[in-house]
Ligand binder design. Sequence first.
Ligand SMILES: [Zn+2]
Ligand SMILES: [Zn+2]
Length: 422
Amino acid sequence: MSTLSRPELDPRDLAEAHHHDHDDTVYPGKVLFVGIHLACFAAIWTGVTSTALILAFSLYVARMFGVTAGYHRYFSHRSFKTSRVMQFLLAMLAQSSAQKGVLWWAGHHRHHHRYSDTEQDVHSPRHAGFWHSHLGWIFAPQWDKTDYEAVPDLTAYPELVFLNKFEQLPTLLLIALCAWIDGWTGFVVGFCWSTVATWHGTFMINSLAHVHGNQRYVTGDDSRNNWWLALITLGEGWHNNHHAYQRSTRQGFRWYEVDITFYVLKAMSWVGLVWDLGAPPPEVVRNERPVGKAVLEKVARQLVETFNVEQLVTDARRAQANAQQQFADMKHHAEDRFEEMKHHAEDRLSEAKHQAEDRLASMRAQMQGAMAGVQWPNFPSRDELRAKAQAMLPASPSLDAIAARAHEMLAERVAERLAVVR
Ligand SMILES: [Zn+2]
Ligand SMILES: [Zn+2]
């Protein structure tokens, strides 16, 4: 909807607006609002006449129609077309319900759709609590002014700007009419009772219709469909339908979703008072149309917000640290294995070397043995050595042993020398 697409408000501007609030100030609207509520009890003294009751009922229905067909479906959403005169009459009827000017109402309502159930929403039960969304927000000073920038299509009509400026005018005229019809009873029962009922019927759309009921469509907010609210508010209870497809004049999308405002507007279109009534496309009614990019983003963000990101980060960090530790462990293990293999290889090498040396030694011994078997020419015999020892030494019982050892020793020496020479 072209009138709804506007650059996002800078949150700093909002913070600035909050900064200038003066919550301790009593605003005239607040006094009037409380005053009309209290005036309802004056029926104790004025009494209740059937004329006043019929007046109250008629004024409730007529002004609820002014709220839903006027303030909401026409001025806020431009969901149908009408003549300039009829537009003015609709504004008069809407403003007779004492809900401020049509430009004020439409500006804030467009804001509500732009920021539905976010922190910036004008009236969201999710963020500001039920009672604030019901009526508290009306008295919040930052919403007191008309947001003219949000309604350039309406400021084009001077008569609407005038009516918005003198917002109480239609209400005062209605009060005079009620008093003229049935005196004080007309004012208390006819006007005050029906005004309070219309107020709370309207407020319930901002509060209850975002809390109680069913959601057929993914809209990125808490809007709901609520049949009994739809009956009380002449069709506004199909609030989830409305948030899903705001261009539609009809808010009860299915045949069994009673929408009295729409039936009246439809009848008016037959006699040419209004025309070009917006309707939901069949795929929207069947809930087969994919959600738009903005809603998709919003809902995805809400889904993401249900997770504890800090916890996920902590877990991821822990997993990362674990992986690093595992890697370090694996590296150490590999280094240890390498050292082990190296030592093993060195062991094997030195073992092989020893084996080779042993083998060499045994081969040499074998060779020496073989050499020993060879007859060496002129090698003295044991007897010759004994004779020589007998000649060299004094008499001894060990001469034989000495000769045997000397024979052995001499043989070894010769063998050794032979081996070296070879
Ligand atoms: Zn709306
Ligand atoms: Zn809403």
